[in-house]
Every structure is written in structure tokens, then in C-alpha cells.
Design a binder for this molecule. Sequence first.
Ligand SMILES: [Zn+2]
Length: 477
Amino acid sequence: MKHAFLLVLALIVLPHLISCRNEQIEEIENEILALREENVTKAKSEEEVATDGINETEADETEKQTPDLAKSDTEIADSLTQSGEEKQPRKNKPETDWDGILSSEYQLAGNKYYFHTMEWKQVNGSEQSVTITSYIDLTTGETGVICPDPLCQHNDPAVCKYISLNSVTDFMMADANTYLCGYRTNPNSKTKICAFDLRQDNYRVLFTPKQYCPDLLGMENGILWLREYYSKTSQKKTTNYQSVIGVRISDGEIVYTNTPPEDAKAFFFHDGLIYCDNVKSIIAFEPKTGDVTTLLSYAAADQVGAWYYDTLREEFWFSIINKEKKTGRVYRYSVAEGNCEEVPFLCGEVYYFQLTHSRIFYSPYEPLYLGENPSVDYGTWDYTGGKIYAVDRDEPSQTPELIYDAEGKYIICNIGVQTYTVFGDKLYLNHVDIIRQKRKDPNTGEMRNYVYFSLAEKEFKIRIDLSSGDEEEIHFE
Ligand SMILES: [Zn+2]
């Protein structure tokens, strides 16, 4: 925790950075961007050293922990029948309520849930934030990172090709062994879209862009859909171009190419259509014909929040939130019926939601003041009050059940904090350090109790068993 003070709001660096119109928020974002540009290599101040000790102890204690979960009767029976003396890893109860739901917040492949994690590491003599794709096996509780080399430190880009890839593009899992992402095949080359074979620990180039690294839009029937951008300057006039390209994952052959609708940002690809946001409406785009269908139009003050696509029920759920308040309404679009309707929650607007097959988990806007913040004059808040409610997916207007109350122990929702994920009866929270400290007021010199939050040195998750209430930290390396 060498950076706690300099990175008071460093969690905005999270890949799911959302654009904010609020002036104060923009101010913080600018600070964060400046920090990123400096490559975040800096010296410790005395104050940082003070925080350092506390957090390193915590990290040391938890770093090597393996999931400590109760064994089911069957698992105990299984372990009794094993003749070997070796201690078998404990097994998690398999989750069932997760398959087939796509989201911007994670990738699912095989039995695993994939996402990026961040750590501060020594890289060629300086300390830097390093990200890597990590996973949780939803059937066993096993955790890990995608780099298959057990001896790799995942800290030096010259050695580990799997680190800090999220700065160039998002990633996708084509299947449990094939990882697709933007990758610079040598330090001076352009970023290419590559397919990594995680068993062989090697990659092949799927697509070489004209100029910038493309966005990964989605996959269907062995085709990876990309959006490419490039610009051409002639007679002092620069024209920007975009194209949607379908690349066959097996051999890198380009099978389709077309021009996408202006400003369209894709969510996912399904049944031959790309579902997109074009900054004023949610649309479905047919890349072969160029046809566009509008699902829902929204106001200029709004933007899209969380979204999920349930491939089994063919339902697209998304929220349209106010850019400043970050709270808004949830909609369900039925692909079969072609209709879009508002989800009638009892509380009306929500701050964040999460969809599973049986339930909807949501947090209304119920701001909870946590305390004075030395960096921002509006203080530290959790905009959800730290509360997560659940309601039956088919009866969303019923009185919800309060399933979790962080009570100021964890941050559930703040600016740029990507919040929770639920699979089956497990709730996963991205851990954010809440630091409560007496410090001198920079203006008056008076000692004050400050509360602020920061990304931990090691990013981990808190897994909460919703049936027993048990909480544990889960780590990935
Ligand atoms: Zn590695």
C-alpha cells in the first residue's frame, strides 16, 4: 500500500471508467489521468509508510489463502475414499444460476468467471500498476490468473505476455482455452488482435489493424466481430472511418466487413445482430445489410449503465441512468417479442443492478455519508447506502429482500467503482480499502477524522455466501 494517499480515488482507474459530467468528478478524473500518465512511479511519503505497514500485514496474511469453504457430505465422502495421503483442496458447492448471461462486467467460459485484477508490482526497478485477467471457477471455487506459467511473477512485460492488456482493448474468451485480446507482438509494432492458446502458452495473430487497436464486439458461430477505426488526411482534411469486421477465429479469415452506424458502441452479438448504444438510443445493427432497428431512445442527459444479455431467455436487460446522478431505470427487451418495457421496481430508479436466472439484485440510490475526505470537499459517500436487495426476476415489483448491508465496512457503489456480481448464492464484491484516519486539515492545521477509499495494493474480491452469510477474501495468484 505504497500509494494510498496519492491514489485516494485510484479506483477510477478501473477499466470500467465511466464518463462523468459532474464537474467535481471530472476534476478527480483529470487527477487520475495525470497519475496514469506519470506511469505511477513515485516515492513514498512518511504518511504512506504509515499506511503501508497495516496493509502489507493484511496482504501477507491473506495472500496465500485458498478458499476455505464448508465441504458438502458428498465431498467429504469423496475425500474419504481417496487412498492418497495428500490433502485434497476443498471444493466449493457448484453454482448453477449463471450460465448463458453475458455482461460487460465479466466473461464466462467453461465453468469460469473471468475479469481483470490489478496489483502494484516492481517492474524494472519501479513500482507500477499491473493488470492481468483472473478467474474464479464457479464449480470448485478455485481461483487463478490466465498466465499458464506457475513460476511467472506476472510483472515484466518482456517475460509475461498476459499483463496489462486491458489498456489496449477488452478481452474475450472464445472457449476455456482460447483468450482473445489486443496484443503488441513486439515492443515497436502496432497492437494486433491475437488468439492465445492457454494450454500451449502461445498466440497467433487473428487481425492486423490499419491504424488503431479495434474494439472486440462479440463472437458468434466461431466468428469474432471487431470494430476498427482509422483516419485519413488528404488536403489538410482528416476523415475518420469505422468498419465492422467479422474474423473467423479458427484461421483469421475476414468473412464480413461493413460500415457501422455512427457513434455505435457495441454490447454483444447475437443471432446475426450487433446490439449497440449510439449515444441517443439502443439499437440492433445487421452488419451484413446495414439495417438498424431502434430498441429504445433516451434523453441527452442520460447514458447506458449496467447491461446483461440472457442468451437462454433471449432477454436484453439494461439501465438508462442520468449522467450526473448515475441513477435511473432498468429496461427489459425481449428479442422474441421485439418489445422493450421498463422493469417496475418498487423503488423506481436504481443505482446499479445485476441479473441472474432467478433473481434481480439491485441497489437504489440511498446515499450514505461515510465522512470527510481530505481530497474532495463533498466527502466520501456510498451512493447505495451499502445495501443490496434481491427480488424475483419474474415479479420485480414485489417487496425486495435486503440480502446484504455493508454497513460502512465495504464500499458498494461510488464513482467508477464497479460493484458486485452474483452467481447462484455467492455475492462477489470488488474490494476497495476504506481508510479512516486522523490527519491534519491542510488549511487549518486542525486534526480531523477523514474517510476515503483506495484500491488495495493487491486487488481481491470478497465472496459472500448469501445462504450462510459467511465472508471470505479471495485472491488470484
Ligand atoms: Zn505471467
